[in-house]
Each structure stands twice: as structure tokens, then as C-alpha cells.
Write a protein that binds this ligand. Structure first.
Ligand code: DGJ
Length: 538
């Protein structure tokens, strides 16, 4: 009798899982959020090294380590075209099956990275039956017409073969992913042409000499940039500007066709990631030209409406500046590749709090699963905290009552407006040497939870408050608690005061400035999450 009951329970569980709505993006109040199983979801993610997902034996210990010790809820994992269609039309999805099964067992969600026609600009993961048939699958040409290992965007054979394989992948996910592990898909990886500012193949030269397509001109006109029709050089100016725009349009069209084919099978959100311009680059071709750079977003939006997010891979120090460029014009922010470590922790807090990011993802996260690195890793600690705060974060993202800062020696202080106060945030300083700028990374996330009340978390940070509404002008601390969320309930672990809240002792100067000198110090591990209530006096 037991067997039918078990079978029946399994069938019910599968039916219930399939009954969950598809992952999708939803505008909820002030923020666009990723909905998973019908609820907003914050991706505390990490990207695996490029090929480790093909090594199922190594992955066996990586999955549980990331979930349990790393506090990740999402893993970005590659699916390469040559692994899945080694022979034309014959598909092998055993690696995808393994990832889905392991994700289900460990409670992780997946972002699949489709290494199709391009990976870091190169066509290194295309099947050999494509690579070896240049006649049928034309390549880009650079310089004096030399061929490189890069498929041309201008060939329908190329885009159709890629789209067919990608559609097969998405069909397989639809048919097998009963518990909706796969929540997001990256189409290709860091596309763009290196070695020249544009493709110089015959097909590309012909298209470049032709007229700029009307859909692009129409889109630009509708978005405040009316341009006279003409060839690419006539419309966008001869030289690299026209070349880069031409390449961006053609990559966007190609990826749109691939995404469209995939979404026809399984309609979940899809994004592209950018290898962004590096300081030493002189022009497109030094960096992958035509990729979704911040200055090409309008071209990408016009050419690839089926791509939902344009995402930056951020390995440069100016995380604050770069995220600002990618969080414009309704582009929801997701950072699929960046640092781990203390910088990574600060980045995660900042992206999620300052830009209502869908999530954050350091690259090569599996490296931390060797030895005990994960246990002492700042990104694990950050994810542990952000995981506890996720319900509050998602609610406050939607209400627009959330903010964050990320500070270091070069940006030691920042003011933010929240909940009727100016929060002056700075790197933690000793009160005996307040003018010394410490060489540390400080970060914090802040939510206005009620009148004069804040929920906050972070490290190496001190915060003072100045009211911005009518009433007594000086603010001080009424109640300061450190604690944690257990099953979404606030549990107080320490009652704070004294050195936790007195930031300055120069009372004469403070009185002149209309300040109390009291505020909040955030530091890990014991004072990472705090609930703070303020009061005001004259
Ligand atoms: C960016 C790429 O997207 C990743 O796949 C990987 O190659 C990293 N660079 C390496 O730093």
C-alpha cells in the first residue's frame, strides 16, 4: 500500500510545483522585482567558473557548500552549445539535468548562462560542426579582412543555428524543471567584437554601406533622438561611433532572435552581460565593440526588446558610478559578475539598497568552496545578513524607502535622504582622532520602517541623523537594538548605547552645529543588524 501513496504524493508535489507561476519580472511600486513562485525574490547569487558545471563530480560538494556555508540562494552556471549539441540536431542535456537536480536537492535557484555563439566575444563554445564549416557559418573579419574565431552577426545561418539550439534548451527546461529551479537566463556571454571597431566581412560591409534600418530610427526618434535617414556613416558620423552603433544593432538583433526562440518555448526573464570599457581602452575593438555598454543602451533597447535586462560585469573600482549607469531608463539592475571579499560584500549591499537590484553575483564562487574559505568569507557573511533581511528589503524596495552607501578612503562620507532625515554616513572613526580617514571599506543598507525609525545593517560605518521635516531640529537616539531575524521575527541580541552610539564629544561645537553627537555605529559581527528609534529636541 505504501508505494501508491508515495507515488501519489510525488505526483501531487510535481503538479503543485508546475502550478507555480513562471518566474517573471514585475513592477511593484517603485521597483521592478524578480518574481519566483509568485513572490518577489532577491538573488544572493554567485557565478561558477566557466566549465566546472561540466564536472559533475566536483560539483557534488560545491552545491551544498554554496547553499549552506555560503548562504547563496542562486547559482549562475554555464550551459555551452558544444556540450549540448555536439552533433547537429542531436541534443544532450545531462549536465543541465544534473544542475537542476542538485539545485532542487540544495534549495538553490539557477541562472543558466547560454555560452552559444559568443563567450567573451569569442566563438569558443560553438560546436565543432559549426566552427569547421566557415562557408555555412561565416565569421567576422578584422583589419585587412583577416578571419578570427568569431561568428559574424550578419549571417542568418549563424543566428538560426544558435536559436534552434537555445530553443531546444529552453524546451528541455520547460519539460523537466518541475520545481522551477531556473529563474533567469543569460543569453550569450559578454558579446562584442575585439580586434577592430567593426566586422569587415563581405556581408557586414554590404550592410554597413546600406541605410540605417527604420525600426532603429523610429525608436530613437520616439525616445528624443530624431535623426535624418541615411547610411550608418551618414547618420552616426564616419568612424568608430558609426562602427560601434552598427555592431551594437547587429548583436542586439541576433541576440533578440535567440532570446525570442527560447522564450517561445519557455517564457522567463533573459538578460545580456557587458564586458565594460576598461580605462586603458581607446575605442571599440579594444573592448568588445557592440556589446551592451552604457553608451549603447538605446541601440540595444531598440534592437533587442526580448532581452529584459542589460547587465554590467564590474571588475573596476567605481562600482557606484557603473551601477548608476546601468540603473537608468527603467533598466532593472542585476550584477552577474563582480568581486567577492569585503568589496563584494559592500557591492552587494550597495546594489540592492541604492538601486533596488534584483541581486548580486561574485564570479568564480566555487573557488571559495575549497578548504574553509567560504566560512570566513565576507560575501557569505553578507549573504547571511541579506538573507535575513530579504523580506524587509523587498518590501522597502517596492515602497522606495530604502537606501545604501558604500564607502572607502576615496569616498569616506556620504549623505542620504531617508524617512524625514538626512543620514550622514562615514567610515567608522575613533572619537580621539576623528580627522584621520581610515583605510577600510564601510557599507550599510537603511530602511525607513516607521516614524523616526530605521532598520539598518552594515559594517565599518557610523551614521548621524539630521531631521528634514518641521519640528525640533536636533536628533538623537531613543532606542538602539542589535539583533537578527528568525523566521522573519526580530530577535534582540544586544541593547546598545554608550560607545555604540556616541560619535563625538566636542559638545560646544556640536551645539553650534545643532547636532547631538549621537548616532549609530554598525560593525560586524555583533552589531551588524540594528533597529534604531530616534527622538528630537531643541
Ligand atoms: C568575464 C567572463 O564573463 C567570465 O566568463 C570570465 O571569463 C571572467 N571574465 C574571468 O575573469
Amino acid at each position: 500500500m505504501r508505494f501508491p501513496i508515495v507515488v501519489c504524493a510525488y505526483a501531487l508535489a510535481v503538479a503543485a510545483a508546475y502550478a507555480q507561476p513562471l518566474p517573471h519580472l514585475e513592477k511593484r511600486g517603485q521597483a521592478t522585482q524578480l518574481m519566483v513562485d509568485g513572490k518577489p525574490f532577491l538573488m544572493l547569487a554567485g557565478e561558477l567558473n566557466n566549465t566546472i558545471s561540466s564536472d559533475t563530480e566536483s560539483m557534488r560538494s560545491v552545491w551544498p557548500a554554496l547553499a549552506r556555508r555560503g548562504h547563496l540562494n542562486t547559482v549562475l552556471t554555464a550551459v555551452a552549445w558544444n556540450w549540448t549539441e555536439p552533433e547537429e540536431g542531436k541534443y544532450d542535456f545531462h549536465l543541465v539535468d544534473d544542475a537542476i537536480r542538485s539545485a532542487r536537492q540544495t534549495g538553490i535557484r539557477l541562472v543558466l548562462l547560454w555560452f552559444g555563439s559568443w563567450k567573451n566575444g569569442l566563438s569558443s563554445f560553438v560546436p565543432v560542426w559549426v566552427k569547421a564549416d566557415q562557408q555555412r557559418f561565416p565569421r567576422a573579419q578584422v583589419g585587412s579582412g583577416k578571419t578570427v574565431e568569431v561568428l559574424s552577426t550578419l549571417s542568418e545561418n549563424n543566428s538560426k543555428a544558435d536559436a534552434r539550439a537555445f530553443a531546444a534548451l529552453m524546451r528541455h527546461v520547460r519539460e523537466t524543471d518541475s520545481t522551477r529551479r531556473v529563474i533567469l537566463v543569460q543569453v550569450e556571454n559578454e558579446v562584442g567584437l575585439m580586434g577592430d571597431s567593426r566586422d569587415r566581412s563581405a556581408g557586414a560591409n554590404q550592410a554597413f554601406a546600406g541605410a540605417v534600418p527604420n525600426p532603429l530610427l523610429d525608436y530613437l526618434a520616439a525616445h528624443g533622438r530624431p535623426l535624418k535617414p541615411g547610411t550608418w556613416a551618414q547618420v552616426f558620423g564616419a568612424g568608430q561611433k558609426a562602427d560601434e552603433t552598427f555592431m551594437a544593432w547587429n548583436y542586439a538583433r541576433y541576440l533578440n532572435a535567440v532570446a525570442e526562440a527560447g522564450k517561445r518555448e519557455y517564457d522567463i526573464p533573459m538578460y545580456v552581460n557587458a564586458w565594460i570599457v576598461q580605462p586603458q581602452d581607446k575605442g571599440p575593438g579594444d573592448y568588445p565593440g557592440g556589446g551592451p555598454q552604457a553608451h549603447m543602451h538605446d541601440i540595444w533597447r531598440a534592437g533587442a526588446p526580448r532581452i529584459d535586462l542589460l547587465c554590467p560585469d564590474i571588475y573596476l573600482p567605481d562600482f557606484v558610478g557603473i551601477t548608476a549607469q546601468y540603473a537608468r531608463n527603467g533598466n532593472p539592475l542585476f550584477v552577474p559578475e563582480s568581486f567577492d571579499g569585503v568589496k563584494g560584500a559592500a557591492n552587494a549591499f550597495y546594489a540592492i539598497g541604492a538601486h533596488s537590484a534584483l541581486g548580486y553575483s561574485p564570479f568564480a564562487i566555487d573557488n571559495l568552496t575549497e578548504g574553509t574559505a567560504l566560512d570566513s568569507s565576507p560575501i557569505s557573511a553578507a549573504y547571511e545578513i541579506l538573507g535575513q533581511l530579504a523580506p524587509a528589503i523587498l518590501e522597502h524596495q517596492s515602497k522606495g524607502t530604502i537606501a545604501a552607501v558604500s564607502l572607502d578612503k576615496n569616498r569616506p562620507e556620504q549623505r542620504i535622504q531617508l524617512g524625514g532625515y538626512t543620514l550622514t554616513t562615514g567610515l567608522t572613526r575613533g572619537f580621539r582622532n576623528p580627522n584621520e580617514v581610515p583605510d577600510i571599506t564601510g557599507y550599510g543598507i537603511f530602511m525607513a520602517t516607521g516614524p523616526d525609525e530605521f532598520l539598518m545593517a552594515g559594517d565599518n560605518l557610523q551614521i548621524s541623523f539630521t531631521p528634514t521635516t518641521a519640528g525640533p531640529p536636533i536628533a538623537s537616539v531613543a532606542l538602539q537594538e542589535a539583533g537578527r531575524f528568525e523566521n522573519d521575527k526580530w530577535v534582540v541580541t544586544r541593547l546598545l548605547g554608550g560607545d555604540d552610539s556616541v560619535l563625538r564629544y566636542d559638545f560646544a561645537k556640536l551645539a553650534e552645529e545643532g547636532q547631538s553627537g549621537s548616532g549609530v555605529r554598525l560593525h560586524s559581527p555583533r552589531q551588524t543588524i540594528q533597529k534604531v528609534k530616534l527622538y528630537r529636541y531643541r
